[in-house]
Ligand binder design. Structure first.
Ligand code: URA
Ligand code: SF4
Length: 274
């Protein structure tokens, strides 16, 4: 069956995605395709992920993507995936995985989303953010007027942690080099970190918690050649948004994404006047 949205203009689709993201705050409940808001606003207790930048030991010379053709960048990413990540046993997460989840998207994407680690659906399919949280991330991307193919989506660790627990510091450290090399090749203009593990993993373990730091532009430390100074926007992880599904949380995420859109020169379409 055809998705009726295919007949809509790009602007109309984007507006619908914004409405979906913001849900009942902007839409009558009867038209809101998302489930109703959860009552609780309590913070989940999650251990912090400490990733000393010094734990990263680059393997071989840095390959910087800026100036390389899209084809070269795609090949470079593919080589890391096929030759290194798929057979990787650098940490214990290799033992529980069905397959690795390298990440996907445009090898020249101006915008990279960094999540935590694969969940069950991701482990099954080999693709990042394809479960429930992934559906919400797709909506966030659509609300920005972009498609998943136009951005790059990646995780701190490429293998699923057992029971979807937060990856341990040693696991993040073991996997960190792959992420940094992906970022070097993609050379994004902006990185959005989704939740605490990605934010602390990239900005440092002493970074404030996500509820305080979200919405505040940060600058990527020089974790590896070419990466220093990339603007980072921390925001809530979509799984957190699903869990604490309040208009306030959704509006905060949308406000963070709008800051990213402004930085990338993307506009929010205005509603059709008629
Ligand atoms: N959560 C993540 O952080 N990453 C995924 O790929 C899926 C869910
Ligand atoms: Fe290797 Fe990363 Fe998987 Fe650990 S999580 S086994 S470091 S690919």
């Amino acid at each position: 069956m055809n998705d009726p949205r295919e007949n809509l203009s790009q602007a109309a689709r984007q507006l619908l995605a914004i409405e979906e993201l913001l849900g009942s705050a902007f839409l009558p409940a009867s038209r809101n395709p998302l489930p109703p808001a959860a009552a609780s606003t309590a913070q989940p207790a999650r251990p912090a992920t400490k990733t000393p930048a010094s734990a990263f030991v680059p393997a071989g010379p840095a390959l910087l993507g800026a100036g390389l053709s899209p084809k070269k960048r795609a090949e470079a990413l593919e080589a890391i995936d096929v030759n290194e990540v798929r057979g990787c046993t650098r940490c214990g997460l290799s033992q529980g995985r069905t397959q690795t989840v390298f990440g996907e998207g445009d090898p020249c994407a101006p915008l990279v989303f960094v999540g935590e680690g694969p969940g069950q659906e991701e482990d099954r399919t080999g693709r990042p953010f394809v479960g429930r949280a992934g559906e919400l991330l797709s909506k966030m991307i659509a609300a920005m007027g972009l498609t998943r193919q136009q951005v790059f989506i990646v995780n701190m660790v490429k293998c699923r942690p057992p029971d979807n627990r937060t990856p341990l510091p040693n696991e993040v450290a073991a996997c960190f080099g792959y992420l940094l090399r992906q970022l070097q090749i993609i050379a994004p203009k902006v990185i959005v970190t989704l939740g605490n593990p990605a934010t602390k993993g990239l900005l440092g373990p002493d970074t404030e918690g996500i509820t305080r730091i979200r919405g505040v532009w940060k600058s990527l430390p020089t974790l590896a050649e070419g990466l220093g100074g990339i603007p980072v926007m921390p925001t809530f992880h979509p799984a957190y948004v699903l869990r604490y599904y309040t208009p306030a949380v959704r509006e905060q995420v949308w406000s963070d994404l709008q800051q990213v859109m402004t930085r990338l020169g993307l506009s929010t379409p205005t509603a059709d006047p008629q």
